[in-house]
Design a protein around this ligand. Structure first.
Ligand code: IPM
Ligand code: MG
Length: 383
């Protein structure tokens, strides 16, 4: 029997190609795993009306962790148009299967390292080494929203005892049929857990600072709670500097002085935003790995999407997915393999001979760039 059972979820579009490429590398490492294929993504929305079938959830429960490529998601109207005609009047609506997986398996921590590997011609600077801790189950991703705003909810929001009658007046004046509400729900436990993990990480890896990314001057209750919890947690780590930045300001500072930042911690939406910014500083989405981590389970998925326009062309950069597999090896405790894999990737990047179109700075599909599979094979050869 293999040492590990890994759920294998290529998902949509280029997810398939980067997963195949990653398999070549894992095989070169002789990683001892049985891969359990699981259905997820757009195809299953169109055919079954469910992008995350129950059988997939059951299959995942029997595995140690999951590797996940990418998914396609589209706005409500387009999603309905592509649904099988026999399913159209059933009141089904599309939801993001990865957001659902994060909540269903309580994968509370989204870990996103953004490291400039020396020699990458796409680096903004060579001395960037940032790790983002993103809370992964709360905030604006709670899924508690309405359109149009039901009378009952609006009345509660305007209740003189617990609501905001004066502020709500302007929305009543516009007519509730014209009003949409999305909420940002955060708990002390959620804030505490992500803050603590970011400081623990900083301590373990000798990092100098942890920066909270928030907006407490406007989002006074949620941002205020997160800020208070962050300050409390920071007290337990006197050797680590605790910095605070507003989401808007940090987008500017990261462009000016990214080398000053070390560990970032943020709630869900701000973490989503700032992690794309960080990825852009170290080569873009072709290099951005990520892990959704819970107490006993984890789903490893690169930050990038399914890139439909490159689907089936074997052109996209597999490094993000391969570094994501490296994070999986780390999480499983296969530290040696994780190090070997990262060293092979770093070495390939530093040579700057084999690379996909992004690295070679040519248009996708034009001569001068290597294919997805060629890059994977070059990494495998180093192993
Ligand atoms: C990410 C993505 C997802 C998110 C989308 C695809 C739902 O942007 O993983 O960063 O917003 O979390
Ligand atoms: Mg994102």
């Amino acid at each position: 029997m293999a040492k590990y059972k890994i759920a294998w979820m290529p998902g949509d579009g280029v997810g398939n190609e980067v997963m195949e490429a990653t398999r070549v590398v894992l095989d070169a490492l002789k990683f001892d795993a049985e891969y359990i294929p699981a259905d997820i993504g757009w195809e299953f929305w169109c055919k079954e009306g469910n992008p995350l079938p129950d059988r997939t959830i059951e299959a995942l429960k029997g595995t140690d962790c999951a590797l996940f490529g990418a998914i396609t998601s589209k706005p409500r109207e387009e999603a309905l148009e592509e649904l099988d005609p026999s399913l159209r009047d059933k009141g089904l609506s599309y939801f993001s299967p990865i957001v659902k997986l994060r909540q269903l398996f309580n994968l509370h921590t989204n870990l996103r390292p953004c490291k400039a590997y020396p020699g990458n011609p796409l680096n903004y600077r060579d001395d960037i080494d940032i790790v983002v801790f993103r809370e992964n189950t709360e905030g604006a991703y709670s899924g508690i929203e309405w359109f149009p705003l039901p009378e009952k909810i609006a009345t509660a929001m305007a209740d003189p005892e617990v609501g905001h009658p004066d502020r709500m007046k302007r929305w009543f004046d516009k007519g509730l049929d014209n009003v949409a509400v999305s909420t940002r729900v955060m708990s002390r436990q959620g804030c505490e857990s992500i803050c603590r993990q970011s400081f623990e990480y900083a301590k373990k890896y000798g990092r100098k600072s942890v920066t909270l990314v928030e907006k407490p001057n406007v989002l006074r209750e949620t941002g205020g709670l997160m800020t208070r919890v962050f300050r409390d947690v920071a007290k337990g780590y006197p050797g680590i500097e605790a910095w605070e930045a507003n989401i808007d300001a940090i987008c500017m500072w990261m462009i000016k002085n990214p080398q000053d930042y070390d560990v970032l911690v943020a709630e869900n939406m701000f973490g989503d935003i700032v992690s794309d910014l960080c990825a852009g500083l170290v080569g873009g989405l072709g290099f951005a790995s990520a892990a959704n981590i819970g107490d006993n389970y984890a789903v490893f998925e690169p930050t990038h999407g399914s890139a439909p326009k490159y689907d089936g062309k074997n052109v996209v950069n597999p490094v993000a997915m391969i570094l994501t597999a490296k994070m999986m090896l780390d999480w499983l405790g296969e530290k040696k393999d994780a190090e070997r894999l990262e060293a092979a990737v770093a070495s390939l990047i530093s040579e700057n001979t084999v690379g996909t179109y992004d690295v070679k700075k040519v248009r996708a599909g034009q001569p001068g760039a290597n294919s997805t599979m060629e890059v994977a094979q070059a990494i495998a050869a180093k192993l």
